[in-house]
Ligand binder design. Sequence first.
Ligand SMILES: N[C@@H](CCC(=O)N[C@@H](CS)C(=O)NCC(=O)O)C(=O)O
Length: 215
Amino acid sequence: MTIQVSAFKWVPDFAQGFVRDLRVRWALEEAGVPYEADLIDVMNKGAAYSDWQPFAQVPAYRDGDVEMFESGAIVIFLAGKYEALSPRDDAGRARVITWVLAALNSIEIHTVQLGSIDLFHKGEAWTHERRPQVIADLKQRLQQLSDALGDKDYLEGRFTAGDLIMATVLREVDRTELLSKYPNLEVYLDRCTERPAFKRAMEAQLQPFREHAPA
Ligand SMILES: N[C@@H](CCC(=O)N[C@@H](CS)C(=O)NCC(=O)O)C(=O)O
């Protein structure tokens, strides 16, 4: 069967281009593997969807043999299959998995908190106290990432699924003024998002939003 990836029919402007099905679409585009989007309504996902994604979030993935959810897990799975996303040797694969989890567990853990403060709880009293510490933690991680990247084009020299997930996390930071303090991360993010596969994935996510936009 053709690979299916769950995605939303439409989301509000602030989320457009940032919904996490982008990661899976991008990985499949890099690998040159066809897929179809299973579009669901963000406000009415349907009870059956939880059988596929227990938290009723997107993305979820199925290919006839394999059914899974969690964008990071799906991208790691795809990296195991496609050379476009990971070297074939154990040592190379291990580094890719390491960077995917570092992006999610060491950096996104902070960007999600900032997003929660700036987008979902904007103006609430507690955010004024909490935000400075979230920014300080994120800055520390960005500096460490900047040092690790140095002047390399990609985290492991060549593009891998680790860069793919890292770039999607850095795009969240790019919504703030923070990323401009780390010039090599800015250039790196541009390098990743200028890839034709990223552009195709982005357009594929955005296209249904135009079609299903509320009147
Ligand atoms: N850890 C999950 C997070 C998935 C996630 O946060 N999905 C969001 C869109 S980016 C979602 O479905 N939000 C709607 C909701 O939670 O009801 C993953 O990476 O797949």
